[in-house]
Design a protein around this ligand. Structure first.
Ligand code: DAH
Length: 343
């Protein structure tokens, strides 16, 4: 041992005796902290060096380091000894209850967005809609052009687009509406589709904006479609979501791919007199929608004199937040297991 050299064995010998006397890990930790902690004896010794006469300093430093190494070694070996003793005791049947249930395997659950998406898919399928999927990396044509949003259209500014590298014609889709344009090209009318999925916008992220969020697009094409059909479908949708009949109102809304366009508000399902969710207005803004613009129909190869339709863009992320009273959108895709375990 190095104490013969340092000539001052006492602190280490004392420490070793105290460590050996520890009967459990907590006691051991406390002694370890006394010596090796931020305010421990070793730290104090080292801190005292500048106050020592110069000739003494190397000796004090050396003793501090020896103490540190010695205490650490004694703590480590005693910790192993305690662990070994515990295993031995368990082997002898002490402290081990064979009747306890084994730890349960961890089970995952469906993400709240997946839950809502599947519920709504079921609802719409029961009404004869097809569920469609579309690419998340979309061409400029489908994301904008086919939806009557031309290159210099001011509506592009509000879309805060992520452009993909390359020739500039690929974007991360900013909404699910491009699936409308694809559906019009692909299928013969009459047509009823919904298309849930991820959308992306280059937004400054805060409690109510994330760069990635979910929408569900809906499109119905038929002859003689009117706003009454749209309102009827939206009421059915709201009943499916909130399990009750909610009064609705239409406000004018501008979206280049519908005419007329609306913001459809529903009576707040959470209160009678005004609450935090509806910001005391008794209305919640949920569903932008409208009658499909003739240009969009033409882009899809349909004659607007023969065919008409309505479309809507339900914000799934917002819906999930409303439903579970989640106050920050960043929780949704944050990947924190503690959040996800609640569903
Ligand atoms: N795509 C729009 C957006 O993300 C939402 C929207 C508005 C979709 C009106 C529609 C619609 O189908 O008719 O801002």
């Amino acid at each position: 041992m190095s104490d013969s050299e340092s000539g001052d064995a006492q602190p280490l010998a004392q420490a070793e005796a105290r460590i050996a006397a520890c009967e459990d890990l907590d006691a051991l930790k406390a002694v370890e902290r006394e010596y090796l902690g931020k305010q421990g004896m070793v730290a104090q010794l080292l801190a005292s060096i500048p106050e020592q006469p110069p000739a003494e300093r190397p000796g004090v430093g050396k003793r501090a380091n020896e103490l540190k190494r010695g205490v650490q070694a004694a703590v480590d070996s005693h910790r192993d000894a305690l662990a070994g003793a515990r295993v031995d005791a368990e082997r002898r049947g002490e402290g081990f209850d064979a009747s306890l249930p084994p730890p349960r395997p961890q089970r995952g659950s469906l993400h709240p967005i997946t839950q809502v998406t599947r519920e709504l898919e079921d609802l719409f399928q029961s009404m004869g809609y097809q569920v469609l999927d579309g690419p998340e990396v979309e061409t400029d044509y489908y994301n904008f052009e086919a939806l009557n949003i031309h290159a210099d259209h001011p509506a592009r500014d509000s879309h805060d687009t992520f452009f993909c590298e390359g020739d500039g014609h690929l974007v991360m889709r900013t909404h699910t509406s491009p699936v409308q344009a694809r559906a019009l090209e692909k299928f013969e009318p009459p047509l009823r589709v919904v298309a849930p999925g991820k959308c992306f916008r280059q937004e400054s992220v805060d409690a109510s904006h994330d760069h990635t969020f979910h929408q569900m697009e809906g499109l119905v094409i038929d002859r003689d479609i009117s706003v009454a059909h749209l309102v009827g479908a939206m009421k059915t949708l709201l009943r499916g979501i909130f399990d009750q009949d909610l009064e609705v109102r239409l406000r004018p809304g501008y979206f280049p791919f519908v005419e007329p366009g609306f913001e459809l508000d529903a009576r707040c399902p959470f209160c009678q007199t005004g609450c935090r969710v509806c910001k005391r207005t008794r209305w919640i803004e949920l569903l932008p929608c409208g009658l499909v613009h003739p240009h969009v129909l033409r882009h899809g190869g349909l004659d607007p004199n023969e065919w008409g339709g309505f479309a809507f863009g339900l914000g799934l992320s917002r819906l999930v937040m409303l439903r579970h009273n989640i106050d920050d959108i960043r929780h949704l895709l944050g990947g924190d297991v503690r959040f996800l375990e609640q569903f």
